[in-house]
Design a protein around this ligand. Structure first.
Ligand code: TRP
Length: 359
């Protein structure tokens, strides 16, 4: 069967994604065994997402590790467009970011791009996005980030933290670059054309705040990479350290799509889905002939089953012992619901903390 054409931009991920091809296209590097070993030494153990290549690509990770080894500090930066409930695909990079915060003891800057969502969604206003900022922040903090080392930046509310930096950035980027990097055209609204400078600004926020160069490392899905290519060019012009990145593969959708998508509820399991909804979606999920790429197996591989022995057993049961998809789905329903129940318990406990963090 001919492959569907793929398209990976910050606003659209469609078709089958060839992750190795993205490395070539975006000019990033594979995480090598040596880099992984350095990270394992720091962590005193290997993280399953690194071991399994869920995080697989990077830029300048070695420079960050060198900086750390020589006693330097760096910041982590990631974010979320608050357009709806969080699904479990979103948790993949966040869980790994929390691991990095634990290992390297660094500050996390977490951006909520409510401006972006307001600008690209016809039906959105500031009140909708604020609701989702709060809800999504609960999901984030439920993963155990250190509140004393985590700073939320909600673009519309905290614009004064970013706007002066965004302007410096904007001054160094031309319209023709924006058009080439993001595919903007005559029909693009003025706000969204400026917006990328707001997503770039947090890369330089710690350096500005402390008045000295503070490198930053961005763990994120590879679909966000266009921002960072542009950021790196601009950093040189403005005298800031170039941000480093570490990229994850995206959890595929339940209907066979390349990525779980918030805007297509049937492709995704939300953290707030009731047990019955989880059951319905999983029982109806698409299971392909290519079992290594079965979305149900990838749930275990990317997120739910940390033990290599257990994940190998699951693979064997399917490929060698011929376990039926229905049986596998039923077990997965139980597993996902247990996972979500525990997540929601932690989420509830975070309410007053998150309210304070969003002030
Ligand atoms: N634009 C991202 C989204 O739509 C949100 C985001 C903002 C982000 N800053 C980031 C994602 C930094 C990764 C890293 O989801």
């Amino acid at each position: 069967m001919a492959k569907k054409p793929n398209n990976v931009t910050p606003w659209e991920v469609t078709g089958e994604i060839d992750y190795n091809n993205l490395i070539d296209r975006f000019g990033t590097k594979h995480l090598t065994a040596e880099t992984l070993q350095r990270m394992e030494e720091h962590a005193r153990g290997s993280h399953f997402m690194l071991r399994r290549g869920v995080f697989y690509s990077h830029r300048d990770m070695d420079a960050i590790l060198d900086h750390f080894d020589s006693g330097g500090d760096f910041a982590l930066y990631t974010g979320r467009g608050p357009s709806g409930p969080v699904h479990i695909g979103h948790l993949v990079p966040w869980i790994f970011t929390k691991h990095l915060q634990d290992v390297y003891g660094c500050k996390l800057i977490f951006q909520f791009t409510d401006d972006e969502k307001m600008l690209i969604r016809e039906d959105y206003d500031a009140e909708d996005t604020w609701h989702w900022v709060y809800e999504n922040a609960l999901d984030l903090m439920a993963l155990g980030f250190d509140p004393g080392k985590t700073e939320f930046i909600v673009d519309m509310k905290h614009s004064s933290k970013l706007f002066p930096i965004a302007l410096k950035v904007a001054k160094r980027i031309t319209w023709s670059t924006m058009r080439a990097v993001f595919g903007f055209g005559e029909e693009s609204n003025l706000g969204i054309i400026f917006f990328p400078t707001m997503q770039i600004a947090p890369c330089f926020y710690e350096s500005e705040r402390r008045g000295e160069p503070v490198p930053c490392l961005i763990p994120a899905g590879i679909d966000q990479d266009p921002y960072w290519r542009l950021t790196r060019d601009t950093a040189t012009k403005l005298g800031y350290p170039k941000p480093a990145q570490i990229h994850n593969r995206m959890l595929p959708g339940l209907t066979g799509d390349a990525k779980m998508s918030s805007s297509q509820p049937e492709t995704a399991i939300y953290t707030v889905d009731a047990p019955e909804a989880v059951e319905k979606k999983l029982l109806e999920a698409f299971t392909p002939a290519d079992r290594d790429n079965c979305p149900l197996f990838l749930f275990h591989y990317f997120l739910l089953t940390e033990s290599d022995v257990e994940v190998d057993e699951l693979h064997q049961e399917c490929t060698v012992n011929g376990k039926s998809c229905t049986e596998c789905k039923n077990e997965l329903v139980e597993h996902v619901n247990r996972f979500l129940e525990a997540h929601r318990r932690r989420r509830k406990l975070m309410k007053s903390r998150v309210e304070r963090m969003l002030e």
